[in-house]
Structures are given as C-alpha cells and as structure tokens.
Write a protein that binds this ligand. Structure first.
Ligand SMILES: [Fe+2]
Length: 453
C-alpha cells in the first residue's frame, strides 16, 4: 500500500506505524483553538474524521488498528473545541486482533476506524466488516447499533445519503453467504429495505454508488479465500480468474432486478460519484489496475476513470480521465447520485513519480472540461481527505469550502485547513491549529447542525 499513500515513515517499524501514521495515545480536549485567518461565520457544525490508531501501538495492517475519531466543533466563526476519542468497541475492550476469528465473526467487534457520518440526528463510526457504533456529538461512544435487531449483516463504511430523499443507502458484505446485502435506512434512520445480492464469491466491496434511480455494486477481483487463510495465508486477495463486473439495480430493488456489466479487471476503493445521463449510468471512480495480488501490501495507484453503462444497449465504455494519481475523492454532498461537475482529491505535488508519492496538494477536478485547479500546501505538508461544505443550501456546486486535516512534517503538528472551493489558488481561508498531531487516517464528514436537529 506504500505506493498508494507514500508518506514519511521512520525507524524500524512498518510504514503504517511510523512517522505520522503512528498512533497518538492521548485523548485530548481543548477549547477555543487558535486560528490563522477567519473561519466563515456560516459554518456551524462538527468536522470529524476517523482513522486507525492501534491502542497498543501494534497492528498487522494499516486497516486493522482501533478507531479514533478527531473532531473540531465550529460555530460563530470560532473553533470551539477539539476532541479525539477512541471508539469504545468490544474489539478494543477485549484487546482482539482484527484477524482473530472471534473479532471477524462477532458483529460488535468492529475496529470502527474507517468513516464517521451523521444521519437522522445520529452519528456513527463505521468499518465495513461489522455493525456501526453510535457516537455522541462530543464523540463519546454510545454503543453498537443493530437497528432494533433488524440489521443482520455488516454495515459498509461508505453508505450514500441521497440529498433528495434523505434515505441512506448502504450494504454489508462478508466471507460467507449472503456475500452482499443491500439495505436502506429511511430519512428517520429506520431500516426499511434489505435484499441479498448474489455474487460468485465473497468479494471485498469497499464502497458503492447510487444514482437518483439506482444502487450500484462493484464485484471486483479482490475476494475472500478462506482455504488460503486456513493454511496461514491471507484471507483476502486478488484472483486472476474472478473477472470484474458492475451490478446496477433500481433503488429498493432485489437481486432479481440487478443487471451486471463486465468491466476490465481492476479494483476501486473509492468512486467519486455516479449519475444518470440519458440512457447511460455514468460512474467516475478511482481505478487501481491491481490490488492485493499475492499480498495485502501490494497495489497500484488510483487514477480518475469513467465508466459509462448504456442501460438500453448494454454497451460499456471505459476511459481514464487523468494521468496523475489521487486519493480520497469527494463531491459536494448535495450532488451524491446526481450529475456532478466538481470533484476534490488529494494528489502529489511531484507528478513525475507516477504513483502517489508526497501528496501535498488538494485538487479540484472540473469534470465538465477535464481541467484541474490545484492548491499546493507546500513540500512539508501532508493532507488527508478534504470534504466539501456548502455555504448556503441553494448556492452553486462549488459555493463553499473544502476542509481536512493537514500534517506539517517540520513542526510535527496538524491543522484543520479550510480552503475556498471556488478559488483553490487562494491561501487557506482559515487554519485551526490543533493541540496535538492527527495521524494520517481515512474518512470524515462535516456534520452540519441541521443534521443533528
Ligand atoms: Fe474508504
């Protein structure tokens, strides 16, 4: 995975435990944080991001450490507080390794380290192999959630919230049948739809997509191999014989309604977005040529790629949209499942290296013409995922800000950096200086106060 996110490491440790990948052990609370610049007064909510933070300093893989959320409360032009908290899971309480069969098959033994989202007045920490954990607005763990006993599968770390219906579309996958199950929470957070989806094997489905009309599943050749695991090998990896296909079914549909399209073998951790255009379903995704072939440390970089699926003729068209690698693609939450113009990613400042070495820039793609606007954070700065936050509900797609944590190697410190999404060339609108470094992590959300009402 080092060629996906090649950040500064150190000493005789795995890269994912070194440098700013290494965990922090202090659960801090700090109020009225120092700010350089001016936080937009329109912002009122919580920026929170999850990541892998092994409590004992060790883990077998970057993905396996215990979840720790880092949040900054913003209100009235001020950064009211910073908190970082472990998600208090049974995995953490029982000191379980993520590959321990007890942890793998106990639905509450989540690492809870991958994403954190808000929906229907609630906040959940997510990891794709287990049930969600609910957090308070102050990031304390409230408990594991199975939606009144109705959710009997895992809950993906990448649900999709429809901006038009406020339904949360999601799925669960696992090593044993049903390998994939499609679910929907209604606008009140009630589980209203569950439908098993048939795939040939247990397939590592990290993310998925919706359009206004569809749910879209990626059945790609990183699959479970429990026979290999029984022999002491990896339980999951690339399978040259599996093929690759994209399943598109109507929202709230079942397996009987799904239509599968073959694509060239690849892996996609993260799509940018999908939408309907005429007879076609358009999917913009971060496509890896291979992933986990022979080892969970092997992979190739992710490049912006467009799939077009013609729902009338069955034709599939594939096109690489950029030759610079990226990570953490995001759109404005108001266009999830709808036609997007803009996308935001982290990319390298030295584009000649081919992979994603030294990602020090936040890039705004304009998918209408293929152009890019780049904010260069400097040679010592290392951003993670940046999320878009709207100014007003009715403003233009890029009328707002993008924000995320940035680590400064020279000072061994982290800021929450807020950029003007309309003009990425400008200096940051604001930098919130945090009381401790934030280790490189995974995904986060802007949880607007309107979500928590
Ligand atoms: Fe992810």
């Amino acid at each position: 995975m080092t060629d996906i996110l090649d950040r500064p490491g150190a000493e005789n440790k795995p890269w994912f435990l070194s440098g700013n990948y290494g965990p922090v052990f202090n659960e801090a609370t700090a109020h009225n944080l120092p700010v350089t610049g001016a936080i937009p007064s329109a912002l009122s909510g919580l920026y929170v991001r999850n990541g892998s933070n092994p409590h004992d300093g060790t883990a077998g893989h970057w993905f396996f450490g215990d979840g720790m959320v880092h949040g900054v409360r913003i209100e009235g032009g001020q950064a009211k507080w910073y908190r970082n908290r472990y998600v208090q899971t049974t995995k953490l309480a029982q000191n379980l390794d993520a590959m321990d069969p007890v942890a793998m098959f106990d639905p509450t033994a989540s690492a809870a380290n991958t994403h954190v989202i808000g929906h229907a007045g609630r906040i959940w920490a997510l990891e794709e192999g287990h049930l969600p954990y609910e957090l308070s607005p102050e990031l304390e763990t409230l408990g594991c959630d199975d939606f009144g006993g109705k959710l009997t599968t895992a809950f993906t770390a990448h649900p999709k919230l429809c901006p038009e219906t406020n339904e949360l579309h999601f799925f669960g996958y696992g090593a044993v049948a049903p390998f994939v199950t499609y679910h929907v929470l209604d606008k009140n957070g009630k589980l209203v739809h569950s439908a098993p989806i048939t795939t040939p094997k247990g397939t590592m489905m990290h993310d998925f997509m919706i359009t206004r009309d569809h749910a879209i599943f990626m059945d790609l050749p990183v699959v479970f191999d429990l026979d290999n695991a029984a022999k002491g090998g990896s339980p999951i990896g690339w399978d040259d014989n599996y093929g690759a296909r994209i399943g598109i079914l109507p929202r709230m549909g079942t397996n009987a309604d799904i239509r599968w399209f073959d694509v060239n073998p690849c892996y996609v951790f993260h799509p940018l977005n999908a939408y309907v255009s005429g007879d076609e379903v358009i999917c913009d995704v971060g496509r890896h040529e291979t992933m986990w072939r022979g080892s969970m440390e092997n992979g190739s970089p992710s490049y912006m790629h467009r799939w077009r699926f013609n729902m009338v003729t069955g034709a599939v068209h594939e096109e690489q949209m950029d030759d610079v690698a990226h990570a953490f693609p995001r759109v404005d939450d108001r266009v999830v499942g709808l036609k997007h113009r803009f996308g935001y990613v982290a990319s390298p400042r030295d584009t000649t290296k081919g992979g994603l070495s030294d990602p020090s820039t936040i890039v705004k793609y304009d998918m209408s013409n293929g152009s890019k606007a780049i904010h260069d954070l400097g040679p010592a700065a290392f951003p993670g995922e940046f999320v878009f936050v709207q100014d007003t509900a009715t403003g233009a797609e890029d009328d707002g800000w993008v924000m995320g944590f940035v680590y400064d190697k020279t000072t061994d410190s982290s800021d929450l950096v807020i950029l003007d999404a309309k003009d990425m060339s400008k200096p940051p609108v604001a930098r919130v200086h945090l009381p401790q470094r934030v280790p490189f992590g995974f995904h986060g959300s802007w949880i607007d106060d309107s979500i928590m009402l």
